[in-house]
Design a protein around this ligand. Structure first.
Ligand code: ADP
Length: 401
Protein backbone atom coordinates (compact mmCIF):
# COMPACT_ATOMS: atom_id res chain seq x y z
CA UNK A 1 0.00 0.00 0.00
CA UNK A 2 1.34 3.44 -0.99
CA UNK A 3 0.46 6.49 1.09
CA UNK A 4 1.24 10.08 0.19
CA UNK A 5 1.73 12.43 3.15
CA UNK A 6 1.26 16.14 2.53
CA UNK A 7 2.03 19.08 4.79
CA UNK A 8 0.76 22.29 3.21
CA UNK A 9 1.85 25.70 4.49
CA UNK A 10 0.84 29.12 3.23
CA UNK A 11 3.78 29.16 0.77
CA UNK A 12 5.02 25.58 0.80
CA UNK A 13 4.03 21.95 0.22
CA UNK A 14 6.14 19.21 1.81
CA UNK A 15 5.44 15.62 0.83
CA UNK A 16 6.62 12.03 1.20
CA UNK A 17 5.39 8.96 -0.61
CA UNK A 18 5.61 5.82 1.55
CA UNK A 19 5.48 2.18 0.60
CA UNK A 20 3.85 0.86 3.76
CA UNK A 21 4.92 -2.75 3.18
CA UNK A 22 8.27 -1.95 4.77
CA UNK A 23 7.53 1.66 5.68
CA UNK A 24 10.07 2.91 3.15
CA UNK A 25 10.10 6.35 1.51
CA UNK A 26 9.87 6.12 -2.28
CA UNK A 27 9.96 9.85 -3.00
CA UNK A 28 9.99 13.08 -1.03
CA UNK A 29 10.26 16.76 -1.68
CA UNK A 30 9.21 20.26 -1.04
CA UNK A 31 7.73 23.12 -3.06
CA UNK A 32 8.70 26.47 -1.55
CA UNK A 33 7.98 30.15 -2.13
CA UNK A 34 4.65 29.21 -3.67
CA UNK A 35 2.87 32.31 -4.90
CA UNK A 36 6.09 34.08 -5.96
CA UNK A 37 7.69 34.14 -9.42
CA UNK A 38 10.59 32.09 -8.17
CA UNK A 39 8.79 29.12 -6.64
CA UNK A 40 11.09 26.11 -6.30
CA UNK A 41 10.33 22.43 -6.25
CA UNK A 42 12.90 19.92 -5.09
CA UNK A 43 11.90 16.29 -5.69
CA UNK A 44 13.97 13.27 -4.64
CA UNK A 45 13.32 9.65 -5.46
CA UNK A 46 14.88 6.87 -3.40
CA UNK A 47 15.62 3.59 -5.17
CA UNK A 48 15.58 0.28 -3.30
CA UNK A 49 19.41 0.16 -3.46
CA UNK A 50 19.57 3.54 -1.69
CA UNK A 51 20.35 5.59 -4.81
CA UNK A 52 18.86 9.05 -4.66
CA UNK A 53 17.92 11.16 -7.62
CA UNK A 54 17.01 14.82 -7.09
CA UNK A 55 15.33 17.18 -9.53
CA UNK A 56 15.15 20.95 -8.89
CA UNK A 57 12.58 23.08 -10.71
CA UNK A 58 12.09 26.84 -10.51
CA UNK A 59 8.84 28.26 -11.83
CA UNK A 60 5.81 30.32 -10.94
CA UNK A 61 3.80 27.93 -8.76
CA UNK A 62 0.55 28.18 -6.88
CA UNK A 63 -0.68 25.36 -4.65
CA UNK A 64 -2.69 23.71 -7.44
CA UNK A 65 0.12 23.88 -10.01
CA UNK A 66 2.65 22.82 -7.37
CA UNK A 67 0.74 19.68 -6.43
CA UNK A 68 -0.05 18.84 -10.07
CA UNK A 69 3.71 19.08 -10.72
CA UNK A 70 4.44 16.82 -7.77
CA UNK A 71 1.93 14.24 -9.03
CA UNK A 72 3.47 14.42 -12.51
CA UNK A 73 6.96 13.87 -11.06
CA UNK A 74 5.73 10.88 -9.06
CA UNK A 75 4.47 9.38 -12.34
CA UNK A 76 7.29 10.65 -14.55
CA UNK A 77 8.42 8.01 -17.04
CA UNK A 78 12.10 8.37 -16.24
CA UNK A 79 12.14 9.23 -12.52
CA UNK A 80 8.63 8.22 -11.48
CA UNK A 81 7.79 5.78 -8.70
CA UNK A 82 4.13 5.10 -9.54
CA UNK A 83 2.27 4.51 -12.80
CA UNK A 84 -0.96 6.25 -12.01
CA UNK A 85 -2.44 8.38 -9.21
CA UNK A 86 -4.71 5.40 -8.48
CA UNK A 87 -1.58 3.59 -7.19
CA UNK A 88 -1.80 5.84 -4.15
CA UNK A 89 -4.15 4.21 -1.64
CA UNK A 90 -4.66 7.34 0.43
CA UNK A 91 -3.39 10.87 1.00
CA UNK A 92 -2.66 11.85 4.61
CA UNK A 93 -2.74 15.54 5.47
CA UNK A 94 -1.17 17.19 8.45
CA UNK A 95 -3.77 19.57 9.88
CA UNK A 96 -2.54 21.87 12.62
CA UNK A 97 -5.65 22.64 14.64
CA UNK A 98 -8.44 20.16 15.19
CA UNK A 99 -9.88 22.11 18.12
CA UNK A 100 -12.09 20.00 20.38
CA UNK A 101 -13.84 18.41 17.42
CA UNK A 102 -11.14 16.02 16.31
CA UNK A 103 -9.75 13.48 18.72
CA UNK A 104 -8.47 11.10 16.03
CA UNK A 105 -7.65 11.05 12.31
CA UNK A 106 -10.66 11.19 10.00
CA UNK A 107 -11.43 10.45 6.37
CA UNK A 108 -12.07 13.86 4.87
CA UNK A 109 -15.57 14.68 3.66
CA UNK A 110 -17.43 17.98 3.42
CA UNK A 111 -18.33 17.82 7.11
CA UNK A 112 -14.66 17.47 8.11
CA UNK A 113 -13.73 20.36 5.80
CA UNK A 114 -16.43 22.53 7.39
CA UNK A 115 -15.20 21.66 10.88
CA UNK A 116 -11.57 22.44 10.02
CA UNK A 117 -12.80 25.76 8.67
CA UNK A 118 -14.75 26.28 11.87
CA UNK A 119 -11.50 25.88 13.84
CA UNK A 120 -9.68 28.45 11.70
CA UNK A 121 -9.91 31.27 14.30
CA UNK A 122 -7.74 29.05 16.53
CA UNK A 123 -5.02 28.70 13.84
CA UNK A 124 -5.54 31.56 11.39
CA UNK A 125 -2.26 30.98 9.54
CA UNK A 126 -2.17 27.19 9.42
CA UNK A 127 -5.68 25.80 8.96
CA UNK A 128 -6.50 27.75 5.75
CA UNK A 129 -3.24 26.53 4.19
CA UNK A 130 -3.99 22.93 5.27
CA UNK A 131 -7.45 23.27 3.70
CA UNK A 132 -5.94 24.52 0.45
CA UNK A 133 -3.78 21.37 0.42
CA UNK A 134 -6.85 19.19 0.99
CA UNK A 135 -8.84 20.86 -1.79
CA UNK A 136 -6.00 20.78 -4.28
CA UNK A 137 -5.16 17.14 -3.48
CA UNK A 138 -8.83 16.27 -3.97
CA UNK A 139 -8.68 17.62 -7.50
CA UNK A 140 -5.36 15.96 -8.37
CA UNK A 141 -5.93 12.58 -6.70
CA UNK A 142 -9.57 12.10 -7.56
CA UNK A 143 -11.19 9.02 -6.00
CA UNK A 144 -8.31 8.64 -3.53
CA UNK A 145 -9.41 8.76 0.12
CA UNK A 146 -7.91 11.68 2.01
CA UNK A 147 -7.29 11.57 5.73
CA UNK A 148 -6.74 14.50 8.11
CA UNK A 149 -4.27 13.88 10.94
CA UNK A 150 -4.39 16.61 13.57
CA UNK A 151 -1.45 18.04 15.50
CA UNK A 152 -3.76 18.62 18.45
CA UNK A 153 -5.51 15.22 18.54
CA UNK A 154 -3.05 13.36 20.80
CA UNK A 155 -3.60 15.98 23.51
CA UNK A 156 -7.38 15.65 23.53
CA UNK A 157 -6.95 13.33 26.53
CA UNK A 158 -5.80 16.22 28.75
CA UNK A 159 -7.97 16.47 31.86
CA UNK A 160 -9.94 19.65 32.33
CA UNK A 161 -7.73 20.87 35.18
CA UNK A 162 -4.79 20.84 32.73
CA UNK A 163 -6.51 22.46 29.76
CA UNK A 164 -8.58 25.19 31.42
CA UNK A 165 -7.07 28.64 31.80
CA UNK A 166 -8.16 30.49 34.94
CA UNK A 167 -10.00 33.03 32.79
CA UNK A 168 -13.73 33.85 32.81
CA UNK A 169 -15.47 30.54 32.05
CA UNK A 170 -17.50 32.21 29.36
CA UNK A 171 -14.38 32.56 27.17
CA UNK A 172 -14.23 28.78 27.07
CA UNK A 173 -17.98 28.26 26.71
CA UNK A 174 -18.37 30.74 23.88
CA UNK A 175 -15.00 30.82 22.15
CA UNK A 176 -13.34 27.54 23.19
CA UNK A 177 -10.36 29.38 24.64
CA UNK A 178 -8.40 26.62 26.38
CA UNK A 179 -5.10 24.79 26.09
CA UNK A 180 -4.90 22.41 23.11
CA UNK A 181 -1.22 21.55 22.65
CA UNK A 182 0.60 20.77 19.39
CA UNK A 183 3.32 18.47 17.99
CA UNK A 184 0.90 15.68 18.95
CA UNK A 185 1.97 13.44 16.06
CA UNK A 186 5.60 13.66 17.15
CA UNK A 187 4.92 13.09 20.86
CA UNK A 188 2.74 10.09 19.98
CA UNK A 189 5.36 8.65 17.63
CA UNK A 190 8.30 8.90 20.03
CA UNK A 191 6.19 7.59 22.91
CA UNK A 192 5.47 4.46 20.84
CA UNK A 193 9.13 4.14 19.88
CA UNK A 194 10.22 4.52 23.52
CA UNK A 195 7.82 1.74 24.51
CA UNK A 196 9.26 -0.52 21.78
CA UNK A 197 12.79 0.33 22.89
CA UNK A 198 12.09 -0.36 26.57
CA UNK A 199 10.03 -3.41 25.63
CA UNK A 200 7.18 -2.30 27.91
CA UNK A 201 3.61 -1.77 26.64
CA UNK A 202 2.92 1.94 26.11
CA UNK A 203 -0.24 1.61 28.23
CA UNK A 204 1.98 0.88 31.23
CA UNK A 205 4.45 3.71 30.71
CA UNK A 206 4.69 7.20 32.18
CA UNK A 207 6.83 9.45 30.01
CA UNK A 208 7.97 13.03 29.66
CA UNK A 209 8.61 13.69 25.97
CA UNK A 210 10.57 16.76 24.87
CA UNK A 211 10.16 17.75 21.22
CA UNK A 212 12.94 20.30 20.68
CA UNK A 213 13.01 21.59 17.10
CA UNK A 214 12.44 25.11 15.80
CA UNK A 215 9.25 24.92 17.81
CA UNK A 216 9.49 23.11 21.13
CA UNK A 217 7.09 21.44 23.50
CA UNK A 218 7.07 19.08 26.48
CA UNK A 219 4.36 16.51 27.14
CA UNK A 220 3.47 14.48 30.23
CA UNK A 221 2.20 11.03 29.21
CA UNK A 222 0.47 8.75 31.73
CA UNK A 223 -0.18 5.15 30.69
CA UNK A 224 0.40 6.14 27.08
CA UNK A 225 -2.00 9.11 27.08
CA UNK A 226 -1.15 12.80 27.04
CA UNK A 227 -2.19 14.39 30.35
CA UNK A 228 -0.41 17.73 30.05
CA UNK A 229 1.58 19.60 27.44
CA UNK A 230 3.41 22.90 27.34
CA UNK A 231 1.82 24.55 24.29
CA UNK A 232 -1.58 26.11 24.79
CA UNK A 233 -4.30 27.75 22.72
CA UNK A 234 -1.51 28.43 20.21
CA UNK A 235 2.05 27.11 19.85
CA UNK A 236 3.40 30.20 21.64
CA UNK A 237 3.08 28.94 25.20
CA UNK A 238 5.63 26.88 27.10
CA UNK A 239 9.28 26.27 26.29
CA UNK A 240 11.74 28.76 24.80
CA UNK A 241 11.83 28.21 21.02
CA UNK A 242 13.84 29.41 18.02
CA UNK A 243 11.91 32.66 17.69
CA UNK A 244 8.99 32.25 20.14
CA UNK A 245 9.13 33.39 23.72
CA UNK A 246 7.23 30.54 25.35
CA UNK A 247 5.85 31.40 28.81
CA UNK A 248 5.86 35.10 29.73
CA UNK A 249 3.89 37.26 32.10
CA UNK A 250 0.64 37.82 30.16
CA UNK A 251 0.74 41.46 31.29
CA UNK A 252 3.77 42.21 29.10
CA UNK A 253 1.59 42.91 26.00
CA UNK A 254 -0.41 45.46 28.06
CA UNK A 255 2.84 47.19 28.94
CA UNK A 256 4.05 47.19 25.32
CA UNK A 257 0.74 48.58 24.16
CA UNK A 258 0.19 51.20 26.85
CA UNK A 259 3.71 52.46 27.35
CA UNK A 260 5.43 51.79 24.03
CA UNK A 261 2.26 52.30 21.92
CA UNK A 262 2.88 49.11 19.98
CA UNK A 263 0.13 47.71 17.79
CA UNK A 264 -1.22 44.16 18.23
CA UNK A 265 0.58 43.11 15.06
CA UNK A 266 3.88 44.46 16.35
CA UNK A 267 3.43 42.67 19.68
CA UNK A 268 2.49 39.46 17.85
CA UNK A 269 5.67 39.74 15.75
CA UNK A 270 7.81 40.28 18.86
CA UNK A 271 6.49 37.20 20.68
CA UNK A 272 6.31 34.86 17.69
CA UNK A 273 9.20 35.93 15.47
CA UNK A 274 11.69 38.04 17.40
CA UNK A 275 11.87 36.26 20.74
CA UNK A 276 13.14 32.90 21.99
CA UNK A 277 16.79 32.13 21.20
CA UNK A 278 16.76 34.81 18.55
CA UNK A 279 15.54 37.47 20.94
CA UNK A 280 18.08 36.53 23.58
CA UNK A 281 21.19 36.26 21.41
CA UNK A 282 20.34 37.13 17.80
CA UNK A 283 20.46 33.51 16.54
CA UNK A 284 17.42 31.26 16.17
CA UNK A 285 19.32 28.17 14.99
CA UNK A 286 20.68 26.11 17.89
CA UNK A 287 23.86 25.20 16.01
CA UNK A 288 24.75 28.89 15.73
CA UNK A 289 23.85 29.50 19.38
CA UNK A 290 26.15 26.66 20.45
CA UNK A 291 28.98 27.91 18.23
CA UNK A 292 28.72 31.43 19.61
CA UNK A 293 28.49 30.16 23.19
CA UNK A 294 31.61 28.05 22.62
CA UNK A 295 33.39 31.13 21.31
CA UNK A 296 32.58 32.91 24.57
CA UNK A 297 29.59 35.02 23.52
CA UNK A 298 27.79 35.99 26.75
CA UNK A 299 24.36 36.39 25.19
CA UNK A 300 24.52 33.00 23.50
CA UNK A 301 25.50 31.46 26.85
CA UNK A 302 22.58 33.22 28.49
CA UNK A 303 20.23 31.98 25.74
CA UNK A 304 21.35 28.40 26.43
CA UNK A 305 20.91 28.89 30.17
CA UNK A 306 17.37 30.26 29.76
CA UNK A 307 16.49 27.54 27.23
CA UNK A 308 17.65 24.65 29.44
CA UNK A 309 16.32 26.21 32.67
CA UNK A 310 12.79 26.43 31.20
CA UNK A 311 12.94 22.78 30.12
CA UNK A 312 14.14 21.80 33.59
CA UNK A 313 11.18 23.56 35.18
CA UNK A 314 8.79 21.60 32.95
CA UNK A 315 10.55 18.32 33.76
CA UNK A 316 10.05 19.11 37.46
CA UNK A 317 6.42 20.09 36.95
CA UNK A 318 5.60 17.01 34.88
CA UNK A 319 7.37 14.75 37.38
CA UNK A 320 4.92 16.12 39.94
CA UNK A 321 2.01 15.65 37.53
CA UNK A 322 2.92 12.02 36.81
CA UNK A 323 4.14 10.94 40.25
CA UNK A 324 6.30 8.25 38.62
CA UNK A 325 8.35 8.80 35.47
CA UNK A 326 9.67 5.78 33.58
CA UNK A 327 11.47 7.65 30.81
CA UNK A 328 12.43 11.13 29.67
CA UNK A 329 12.55 11.27 25.86
CA UNK A 330 14.49 13.81 23.79
CA UNK A 331 13.51 14.32 20.13
CA UNK A 332 13.45 16.97 17.36
CA UNK A 333 16.50 18.51 15.65
CA UNK A 334 17.89 19.82 18.95
CA UNK A 335 16.79 16.93 21.17
CA UNK A 336 18.28 14.36 18.78
CA UNK A 337 21.55 16.14 18.01
CA UNK A 338 22.57 18.60 20.71
CA UNK A 339 24.20 16.50 23.47
CA UNK A 340 25.27 19.68 25.25
CA UNK A 341 21.65 20.87 25.49
CA UNK A 342 20.49 17.46 26.74
CA UNK A 343 23.16 17.50 29.44
CA UNK A 344 22.19 21.01 30.57
CA UNK A 345 18.49 20.10 30.76
CA UNK A 346 19.23 17.12 33.06
CA UNK A 347 22.00 18.72 35.13
CA UNK A 348 21.19 18.64 38.86
CA UNK A 349 18.14 16.39 38.48
CA UNK A 350 19.66 13.28 40.12
CA UNK A 351 17.22 13.84 43.00
CA UNK A 352 14.41 13.11 40.52
CA UNK A 353 16.15 9.97 39.27
CA UNK A 354 17.27 11.77 36.10
CA UNK A 355 20.94 11.50 35.13
CA UNK A 356 22.86 11.58 31.89
CA UNK A 357 25.93 9.42 31.32
CA UNK A 358 28.46 11.74 29.61
CA UNK A 359 29.89 9.01 27.38
CA UNK A 360 26.51 7.62 26.27
CA UNK A 361 25.25 11.16 25.73
CA UNK A 362 28.06 12.06 23.34
CA UNK A 363 28.14 8.66 21.65
CA UNK A 364 26.91 8.89 18.08
CA UNK A 365 25.64 5.28 18.25
CA UNK A 366 22.45 4.13 16.63
CA UNK A 367 19.15 5.69 17.70
CA UNK A 368 16.99 5.25 19.66
CA UNK A 369 19.41 4.91 22.56
CA UNK A 370 19.56 5.27 26.31
CA UNK A 371 21.84 8.03 27.57
CA UNK A 372 21.27 7.55 31.30
CA UNK A 373 23.40 5.22 33.42
CA UNK A 374 21.96 1.71 33.76
CA UNK A 375 20.83 2.02 37.37
CA UNK A 376 18.67 5.18 37.42
CA UNK A 377 14.90 5.08 37.93
CA UNK A 378 14.22 7.25 34.87
CA UNK A 379 15.55 6.05 31.51
CA UNK A 380 16.74 9.08 29.55
CA UNK A 381 16.31 8.30 25.85
CA UNK A 382 17.10 9.93 22.52
CA UNK A 383 14.45 8.91 19.99
CA UNK A 384 14.38 10.35 16.46
CA UNK A 385 10.93 11.58 15.50
CA UNK A 386 9.24 10.92 12.16
CA UNK A 387 6.00 12.87 11.93
CA UNK A 388 5.45 11.96 8.28
CA UNK A 389 5.69 8.22 8.98
CA UNK A 390 3.31 8.60 11.91
CA UNK A 391 0.83 10.43 9.63
CA UNK A 392 1.24 7.66 7.03
CA UNK A 393 0.61 4.98 9.69
CA UNK A 394 -2.46 6.75 11.04
CA UNK A 395 -3.74 7.29 7.49
CA UNK A 396 -3.25 3.63 6.64
CA UNK A 397 -5.02 2.56 9.83
CA UNK A 398 -7.95 4.79 8.98
CA UNK A 399 -8.43 3.55 5.42
CA UNK A 400 -7.99 -0.10 6.41
CA UNK A 401 -10.67 0.15 9.12
P1 ADP B 1 11.49 21.79 12.75
O1 ADP B 1 10.85 22.06 14.07
O2 ADP B 1 11.41 22.93 11.80
O3 ADP B 1 11.13 20.43 12.15
P2 ADP B 1 14.00 20.54 13.45
O4 ADP B 1 13.36 19.48 14.28
O5 ADP B 1 14.71 20.12 12.22
O6 ADP B 1 13.04 21.72 13.10
O7 ADP B 1 15.05 21.28 14.43
C1 ADP B 1 15.75 22.39 14.00
C2 ADP B 1 16.71 22.76 15.12
O8 ADP B 1 17.60 21.66 15.36
C3 ADP B 1 17.57 23.97 14.79
O9 ADP B 1 17.65 24.84 15.91
C4 ADP B 1 18.93 23.34 14.53
O10 ADP B 1 19.99 24.21 14.85
C5 ADP B 1 18.91 22.18 15.48
N1 ADP B 1 19.92 21.19 15.11
C6 ADP B 1 19.96 20.40 14.02
N2 ADP B 1 21.11 19.68 14.01
C7 ADP B 1 21.80 20.02 15.12
C8 ADP B 1 23.07 19.64 15.67
N3 ADP B 1 23.84 18.74 15.09
N4 ADP B 1 23.44 20.22 16.84
C9 ADP B 1 22.68 21.14 17.44
N5 ADP B 1 21.48 21.55 16.97
C10 ADP B 1 21.05 21.00 15.83
Amino acid sequence: MKILVINTGSSSIKYQLFDMTKETVLAAGMAERIGSDSGTLSHTTMAADGTRNTIEITENLDHARGLARIAALLMDEKHGVIKDTSNIAAVGHRVVHGGETFKEPLIIDQHVIDEIEENTPLAPLHNPANLTGIRVAGSVFTNTPQVAVFDTAFHQTLPKQAYMYALPHDLYDTHRIRRYGFHGTSHAYVAGKAADFLNIPLEQLNLITLHLGNGASATAIRNGKSVDTSMGLTPLEGLVMGTRSGDVDPAIPFFLSRHLKMSLDEIDAIFNRQSGLKGLCGENDMRSVLEKADAGDDRARLALDVYAYRIKKYIGAYTAVLGRVDALVFTGGIGENASDVRERCCRGLAGLGIEVDPVRNKDAAALPRRISPGNTSVAVLVVPTDEELEIARQTQKKVLK
